[in-house]
Design a protein around this ligand. Structure first.
Ligand code: PMP
Length: 295
C-alpha cells in the first residue's frame, strides 16, 4: 500500500529501494518512541509539482529535533531538494511525504550522538475522507506540556493519538476530539480544530496543541477572505451553540464535522464560512487563483 518493488526512498545520503532499506532493531526510536517526523503534501499545480509549505514543515522538523535534544544537521534547503528528488524518482506529484529522523542503537536513555534521516512518499487520499465526520469527545487528554514537548512532532506522542482514534472508532465514530489538561478543547489525534459561530471562526491557542501548518494557513485564509476569527480557549459546553466545526491538517486537509457526541451542528455546511475556507484551501495548495466560493 505504501510501497512496491519500484519505490525509492532517501536514507542517510543514498536513494534506496524501499523494499531493500534496513533499520537496526536496537534503535532508541523503535524502543522508546524517541524520534521526530513530519507529514507533508505535494500537489500537482499549473506550475508543476509543488510541495506545500515545505519550508514551514522542515523548520518544524528541525525545531522538533532541537526541542527534544536530537542532533540534526540538514538544512531546510537540503531537505527540500531531497524531497523533490524523492518525488521525481517515484514519479509522484499528488503525494504524502513522510520524513523521519530516527536514532541509532542505544538502549540507554541518554542523549543520542548519531541520528538518521529517511524520506519516503506515497499517494494518499484525504486522511479522514471527504464526508462530514461524526466525532466524539475523547476520554483521553492530549499530552501534558509538563511531561513532553507538545509542540514537537515526536513519534511517541502518537500513542496518545492511536488510543484516541481507536476509542472513537470502537464507539462507532469517525474520530475523537481531545481536551487538554485544563479540560479545554485541544485538537484531534492528527489535526487541529476550528469551530464557527455567526460567521466567525474560533480555534484554541498554541500551548497544548501541535502548532499546525494547516491551522496557520486557515488563519491566513481568514485574513485574505476577511473572515473574522478569535484564537481562544474553548470549553466542550460551548460546542452546542456553534454553527459548524472542522478539523484541519496536512493529511486531513480541511474536513467538516457533522456532529460531536451526536449533537449535530445547526448550519448546513455549504452555508458556512468553514466551507469557504475548505474551498480556498484547495485553491491555495493547488496554486489556483482564488475563486469566490458560494453555495
Ligand atoms: N495536531 C496533531 C496532533 C497532528 O498530528 C497534526 C498533523 N501533523 C496536526 C495537528 C496538524 O498539523 P499540520 O497542519 O501541520 O499537518
Amino acid at each position: 500500500m505504501y510501497y512496491n518493488e519500484n519505490t525509492t526512498l532517501y536514507c542517510n545520503g543514498s536513494f534506496l529501494k524501499a523494499s531493500e532499506a534496513k533499520t537496526d532493531l536496537y534503535g532508541q526510536t523503535l524502543h522508546y518512541g524517541y524520534g521526530v517526523f513530519e507529514g507533508i503534501r505535494s500537489y500537482q499545480t499549473e506550475n508543476g509539482t509543488k510541495i506545500f509549505k515545505a519550508k514551514e514543515h522542515y523548520e518544524r522538523l528541525k525545531r522538533s529535533c532541537e526541542l527534544v535534544n536530537i542532533p540534526f544537521t540538514y538544512s531546510v534547503k537540503e531537505l527540500e531538494e531531497l524531497t523533490y528528488e524523492v518525488l521525481k524518482r517515484n514519479n509522484l506529484s499528488n503525494a504524502y511525504i513522510r520524513p523521519l529522523v530516527y536514532c541509532d542503537p542505544n538502549m540507554s536513555l541518554s542523549r543520542p550522538t548519531k541520528v538518521n534521516l529517511m524520506i519516503c512518499a506515497w499517494e494518499w487520499g484525504s486522511y479522514l475522507g471527504d464526508k462530514m465526520l461524526r466525532v466524539c469527545l475523547s476520554s483521553f487528554q492530549r499530552p501534558n506540556p509538563k511531561s513532553v514537548k507538545v509542540e514537537a512532532k515526536v513519534n511517541g506522542h502518537y500513542v496518545n493519538s492511536i488510543l484516541a482514534t481507536t476509542e472513537a472508532k470502537d464507539k462507532g465514530f469517525d474520530e475523537g476530539l481531545l481536551l487538554d489538561m485544563h479540560e479545554n478543547i485541544a485538537e484531534a489525534p492528527g489535526a487541529n480544530f476550528f469551530c464557527e459561530k455567526d460567521g466567525k471562526l474560533f480555534t484554541p491557542p498554541l500551548g497544548n496543541i501541535l502548532p499546525g501548518i494547516t491551522r496557520a494557513t486557515v488563519l491566513e485564509l481568514c485574513d485574505e477572505l476577511d473572515i473574522p476569527y478569535e484564537v481562544r480557549h474553548l470549553k466542550p459546553a460551548e460546542l452546542k451553540n456553534m454553527d459548524a466545526a472542522f478539523f484541519c491538517g496536512t493529511a486531513a486537509e480541511v474536513i467538516g464535522i457533522a456532529s460531536i457526541d451526536d449533537n449535530k451542528f445547526k448550519k448546513s455546511w455549504l452555508e458556512t464560512v468553514a466551507y469557504k475556507i475548505q474551498m480556498a484551501y484547495q485553491d491555495k495548495v493547488h496554486e489556483r487563483k482564488m475563486a469566490v466560493h458560494t453555495a
